[in-house]
Design a protein. Structure first.
Length: 236
């Protein structure tokens, strides 16, 4: 079983939104998928209760119960476990990172989120885990130009030493609208820009989970800026 930990020290960055959308992408790929909801707010559980169709299993847990749950899921033939972690809860995040094959670090393009990401980066390095930074809730381009706040965030995140995802997520109304129905963006509208963004993140996550080169070094700052501005990045 492969394990994906979605982490951030800040609240409201979109960890649960990304967790359930990636879990649905894995489910569509016919992977037996479980989301472990470690957040005391139980947002992923609320999403699952609103869901009216087959999809990934969502189970609530805590730091102390996570390893037994993880072991049981692996023994039951689960192929992917997505760990939806809380903000600022050290025990839950530590346990999630310990079990993870890949850590997704989520940040919005603002000073406070980028600054707070440093502790998560340190934790990922401490446990020698591969990590990937995903920029979320980015503002749309104006007249074909990326906003200054996104460009600054990209440059700062590139200095972390972890790779920046080729595809980021924009601020899209479809994300909260689909979550309220227990659905993913793809299930509401597979042709939407939001669905395309999630598919891009999932493709890179899937490759990193399965590739022997998952720990490849971070590209330079210029490459990161080009990625987020180019066709493979946030230019949609």
């Amino acid at each position: 079983m492969q394990t994906l930990a979605v982490i951030s020290r800040k609240g409201g960055v979109g960890k649960t939104t990304l967790s359930v959308n990636l879990a649905c992408a894995a489910h569509r790929a016919r992977l037996k998928t479980v989301v472990a909801d470690l957040d005391s707010q139980r947002s992923a559980m609320a999403w699952a209760r609103a869901r009216g169709e087959p999809g990934p299993t969502v189970l609530e847990t805590t730091a102390g119960k996570l390893f037994p749950l993880w072991s049981a899921a692996a023994n039951a033939g689960c192929e992917l476990m997505v760990l939806d972690t809380p903000a600022g809860a050290e025990a839950e995040v530590l346990q999630a990172v310990r079990l993870a094959d890949l850590c997704l670090l989520i940040s919005r393009p603002n000073y406070f989120d980028v600054a707070a990401l440093g502790r998560s980066v340190e934790m990922v390095r401490q446990f020698e885990k591969p990590g990937l930074i995903v920029l979320n809730q980015a503002p749309p381009r104006r007249l074909g130009k990326e906003s200054e706040v996104v460009q600054i965030a990209v440059r700062e995140l590139a200095r972390s030493g972890l790779p920046l995802a080729r595809m980021g997520l924009r601020h899209r109304a479809i994300f909260p609208a689909s979550a309220a129905r227990g659905l993913s963006a793809h299930e509401v509208d597979p042709e939407s820009l939001a669905a395309r963004e999630v598919a891009g993140v999932w493709a890179q996550v899937r490759d990193m989970l399965t590739s022997a080169h998952a720990g490849a070094p971070q590209p330079g700052v210029l490459a990161a800026v080009q990625a987020i501005q180019g066709d493979a990045g946030l230019s949609i």
